[in-house]
Design a protein around this ligand. Structure first.
Ligand SMILES: NC(=O)c1ccc[n+]([C@@H]2O[C@H](COP(=O)([O-])OP(=O)(O)OC[C@H]3O[C@@H](n4cnc5c(N)ncnc54)[C@H](O)[C@@H]3O)[C@@H](O)[C@H]2O)c1
Length: 262
């Protein structure tokens, strides 16, 4: 048996949901590895922009960009059914939707807390469920969620976001165990701080903040969207066929450094 096609996504249909800084780059990576990619975002223009970069001068671009609100099960169902109808299959779903409000708990309202959980956790559950149901009909597929290194420890201003991202890691384990018998693989990636729209305002609110964070990461820099492409392609491809319910920390060594001795 040859291993040359282990990372190939040829013939696979991939839906990338949430195509901001990290998701847009991951979509490009899946496309370059051979997948037929459809992108979806609450911001339709953002999805259309990514689709145009994937399919320049190609009539596929408009139909490869969908509007989706992951907090609405109706919207999630509509997106999955459009992809399934167009291609008669859906093999890969990458969820890179994310939303944060940087506020200490005393300043965070209940409505904001619930919105954070709904976007980062509940939406991920709905998307997983609807996607997995479509995948089961075709013998299986791969689902990848983006958690965060914020999930592992406490940090100020993150009570809802960190709770959602920690919940996501256990949800991934549980769904993976429930669905692996149907050929549906569920795994996750935890990125570290990367300069994208989710945190740009906060990251640059104080001079030197980005540099301070970079200095704490063993590799000496913040994440780059391109750092996520290899792990996402891996988890979407046959190369990861024995990985079930895992979360890969893609963090330049930050979470393995000893917090007191390192
Ligand atoms: N950038 C980082 O430092 C970092 C670190 C750790 C984890 N993450 C996680 O990685 C993922 C990608 O983040 P990013 O850096 O690309 O952020 P981003 O803000 O650039 O992209 C997030 C995308 O999600 C979309 N979105 C928000 N709410 C939505 C909804 N209800 N329905 C559909 N789409 C919605 C936004 O329109 C945006 O395009 C997120 O899950 C984020 O929590 C990011």
């Amino acid at each position: 048996m040859s291993y040359k096609k282990l990372f190939s996504l040829d013939g696979k249909v991939a839906l990338c949901v949430g195509v901001g800084g990290l998701g847009g780059e991951i979509a490009r990576g899946l496309h370059e590895f051979g997948a037929e990619v459809v992108v979806a975002d609450r911001d339709k223009m953002r999805a259309e922009g990514v689709a145009r970069t994937l399919f320049p001068n190609d009539s596929r671009a408009p139909e490869s960009a969908l509007e989706i609100d992951i907090t609405s099960e109706e919207s999630v169902t509509e997106a999955i059914s459009r992809v399934s109808k167009r291609f008669s299959r859906i093999d890969v779903v990458i969820n890179t939707v994310g939303f944060n409000i940087f506020k200490d708990a005393f300043d965070l309202s209940l409505a904001e807390f619930e919105q954070l959980i709904r976007t980062n956790l509940t939406g991920a559950w709905s998307l997983s469920k609807v996607a997995a149901q479509a995948m089961v009909e075709r013998g299986g597929g791969k689902i990848v969620h983006l958690s965060s290194v914020t999930a592992y420890r406490g940090s100020p201003g993150q009570s809802a976001y960190a709770a959602a991202k920690a919940g996501l890691i256990n949800m991934v384990k549980t769904l993976a165990i429930e669905w692996v018998q149907h050929g549906v693989y569920v795994n996750a990636i935890s990125p570290i701080l990367t300069d994208t729209s989710i945190n740009r305002e906060w990251l640059h609110a104080e001079a030197g903040r980005a540099e301070q964070f970079a200095a704490k990461i063993p590799l000496g820099r913040l994440g780059d969207p391109g750092d996520l492409v290899g792990p996402a392609v891996f988890l979407a491809s046959p190369a990861s066929d024995f990985l079930v319910g895992q979360t890969l920390s893609v963090d330049g060594g930050a979470t393995v450094r000893h917090p007191l001795l390192g």
